[in-house]
Design a protein around this ligand. Structure first.
Ligand SMILES: Nc1ncnc2c1ncn2[C@@H]1O[C@H](COP(=O)(O)OP(=O)(O)OP(=O)(O)O)[C@@H](O)[C@H]1O
Ligand SMILES: O=P(O)(O)OC[C@H]1O[C@H](OP(=O)(O)OP(=O)(O)O)[C@H](O)[C@@H]1O
Ligand SMILES: [Mg+2]
Length: 286
């Protein structure tokens, strides 16, 4: 089923990154169907095989060469100590890894956890972080439900992922110290097999990530106000300026970060722009 002539891309078989990876690949124009929760899917028209794996196994399997590339969390790459290249960040699946203690614990820094018990799914990252601060703790390695471990009397503190902070709040815990910020990434091993197809995949996925992040905005502005408009919407590279029949006016096309669109519209209106439109991008190559 797996072919030597195809690039092997490892993607999460379940968990929160699974749907995300499928969505990104589909948006990048890859057509595939996973057969009956099977391990493989062949991409039609491209020399790529998708291999469905556990998210936390993907860094190691990529470093070992079992897969050429993989989609996983950068936290898991660090925890696995996998020697791989990070080809791109997806700007999604963002989370922090942090030392957390009970709300009312008097402790002020992670270094004070020297000799204490810490429950975590990230023992390597935790140990490394503590050793740089000349501290060592007794680590209890667990696969999940780490936040419950203080109440269960297993640990004095935990190291776990925090996204919204709602799990911490529900367990009356607070962040003591942050280890780092992480997100979903595309990794590749150093063998760089099927380099051309790998680069094509990266280009396509980058197009998707930019399209998810940006909108295309179009508006008309008096030529005399162009210098003001360019300050409000400098664009990705620079704005496209079109002539209008009325030579005192021009039409502008420009990329704007989606999160800034409404503010930008207000600012453009204020400097005299008219017919301001936002258009959703599905895909792009810059
Ligand atoms: N709130 C979050 N909690 C945990 N992981 C997150 C969060 N937000 C993003 N992630 C990313 O998702 C990865 C977890 O993926 P995984 O496949 O284990 O999903 P899961 O839904 O946690 O599955 P499981 O039920 O096995 O715990 C993390 O390593 C991290 O990169
Ligand atoms: O800050 P929040 O938005 O609350 O997200 C963080 C929580 O989500 C994850 O748990 P998950 O749902 O994966 O359960 P698990 O502990 O069984 O892995 C993670 O391990 C935290 O517990
Ligand atoms: Mg989890």
């Amino acid at each position: 089923m797996i072919s030597e002539t195809h690039l092997r891309l490892g993607i999460p078989s379940k968990g929160r990154l699974s749907d995300l990876a499928t969505e990104l690949l589909t948006q990048a124009g890859l057509r595939f169907r996973r057969q009956n929760r099977g391990l493989f899917a062949r991409v039609s028209g491209l020399s790529i095989d998708l291999i469905y794996l556990r998210t936390d196994d993907i860094p190691t399997l990529c470093a070992e060469g079992a897969i050429d590339m993989g989609i996983t969390g950068s936290d898991l790459v660090e925890e696995a100590g996998a020697d791989v290249d990070e080809r791109m960040k997806f700007g999604v699946g963002r989370c922090r890894l942090a030392f957390c203690v009970p709300d009312d614990a008097p402790i002020k820094s992670a270094a004070e956890l020297d000799g204490k018990r810490i429950a975590t799914s990230f023992p390597h990252v935790t140990r490394k972080y503590l050793s740089k601060r000349d501290a060592a703790a007794h680590l209890v390695s667990l696969a999940g439900s780490v936040e419950a471990m203080i109440q269960l009397g297993v640990a004095d503190a935990i190291v776990d992922l925090v996204e919204t902070g709602s799990t911490l709040a529900a367990n009356r815990l607070r962040i003591l110290e942050e280890i780092g910020n992480y997100e979903t990434v595309l990794i590749q091993n150093h063998h760089k097999r099927h380099g051309e197809i790998a680069d094509r995949l990266v280009e396509r996925l980058k197009g998707v990530v930019i399209a998810r992040d940006y909108s295309l905005m179009e508006y008309n502005i008096p030529r005399a106000k162009m210098h003001l408009a360019e300050k409000v919407t400098p664009g990705f590279n620079s704005p496209t300026v079109n002539s209008l029949e009325d030579s005192d006016w021009c039409g502008i096309q420009v990329m704007v970060k989606r999160k800034d669109v409404v503010d930008t519209m207000d600012q453009l209106k204020a400097i005299g722009a008219t017919a301001i439109f936002e258009m959703t991008l599905n895909n792009c190559r810059l």
